[in-house]
Design a protein around this ligand. Structure first.
Ligand code: NDP
Ligand code: OXD
Length: 319
């Protein structure tokens, strides 16, 4: 288990600039060797740090012991069907959790306090104040996914006075939060929600879950009008034509989307210009190399001291 001067770390990222990760590694672990290309050190690579690695690029590394995801989500790893049989560890970090809770609170409050409407009024220089503003305690925010991120967001929304409910695969108990779980629990969860926040992982079970069949189970009218949807989980969770149809039929009153089936969102997507859609560019909780690299190095060191790895992904469930 103990580290050895020859041990090498592979940084296998696509779509992200590797330089800033390399810089942080050089600062946090100057004695460790980091390579961007496996071919230069195939039999020395002991760990791989990955974000959307090229399919097959983790095979043929005889001494690979652990794959570290550089994000909280791991669907980007499972898109590769040629994976070695080693543990996968994902990011669980106070920095990332705080960023996501900020995003969720920001978007929930924006919809709750009629931000879209007021921004539209401002562009037209309209002063129109007759719409009633519901109190937070009249509004139920439902969180799909009560994991590390959903749980923290739920607690912060509770502290703001919202009614909060959640849905998970197995029963999760959080003080002050109404819990639902499993396929059978989804119907009850959906019938009461005014704002739905999706923080689910993308797995074979959750793919496409944000669809017309879900929207049709939500109540037609609440304190904010029709329900609002906020998705900061993954684009593959959502059916984008269904979201647009639900908005146009008044089944959803507004949506915030941080993630998309295709990223960057294609210029031709009608989501860009829909007046009831807020778009952010997969920026809800970005992985910060400054915060995360020291945490990954700390995990490596404790693993090399013989301690068990933390935050191991369940490969069968794919999250
Ligand atoms: P966790 O693994 O901690 O939590 C996942 C939650 O989803 C759990 O509550 C789990 O249930 C629930 N879940 C999984 N499958 C199902 C299912 N089939 N039915 C019902 N519930 C299910 O993940 P995190 O909270 O750390 O992260 C969630 C996701 O957020 C990531 O996978 C990633 O996709 C996304 N993300 C997005 C970012 C962005 O910038 N937009 C940044 C970071 C993450 P149970 O509790 O029973 O296991
Ligand atoms: C993540 C992300 O999964 O940034 O961490 O999407």
């Amino acid at each position: 288990m103990t580290g050895n001067a020859d041990d090498t770390i592979l940084l296998a990222v696509t779509g992200w600039d590797p330089d800033v990760w390399q810089t942080e590694f050089a600062k946090a672990a100057p004695a460790r060797k980091l390579v961007l290309d496996a071919d230069t050190a195939k039999d020395k690579i002991r760990y791989a740090l990955v974000w959307k690695q090229r399919p097959g690029s983790l095979m043929g590394l005889p001494n690979l012991e652990v794959i570290f995801s550089l994000g909280a989500g791991v669907d980007h790893i499972f898109h590769d069907h040629q994976l070695p049989d080693v543990p996968i560890v994902r990011i669980v970090s106070p920095d990332l959790t705080m960023r996501m809770s900020e995003y969720v609170v920001w978007q929930v409050l924006d919809h709750h306090r009629l931000g879209l409407r007021y921004r539209q009024q401002q562009t037209q220089k309209v002063w129109h104040e007759d719409r009633r503003q519901p109190a937070a305690h009249e509004v139920t925010v439902g969180i799909l996914g009560l994991g590390v991120l959903g749980r923290d967001a739920a607690q912060k929304l509770r502290n703001l006075g919202f009614r909060v409910s959640g849905w998970s695969r197995r029963l999760q108990t959080i003080e002050g939060v109404t819990s639902h779980f499993g396929k059978d629990g989804l119907k009850d969860f959906l019938k009461d929600v005014d704002i739905v926040v999706c923080l689910l992982p993308l797995t074979p079970e959750t793919k496409g879950i944000l669809s017309m069949s879900m929207f049709a189970q939500m109540k037609a009218e609440g304190p904010l009008g029709a329900p609002v949807l906020i998705n900061a989980g993954r684009g593959g969770l959502q059916n984008e034509p269904d979201i647009l149809a639900a908005l146009d039929r008044g089944m959803l009153s507004a949506v915030t989307l941080d993630v998309f089936k295709t990223e960057p969102l294609p210029k031709g997507s009608p989501l860009w210009t829909h007046p009831q859609v807020v778009i952010t560019p997969h920026a809800a909780a970005s992985s910060s190399p400054q915060a995360l690299v020291p945490e990954i190095i700390a995990q490596l060191e404790s693993y090399e001291r013989g301690e068990p790895l933390k935050n191991i992904v369940d490969k069968a469930a794919q999250y």
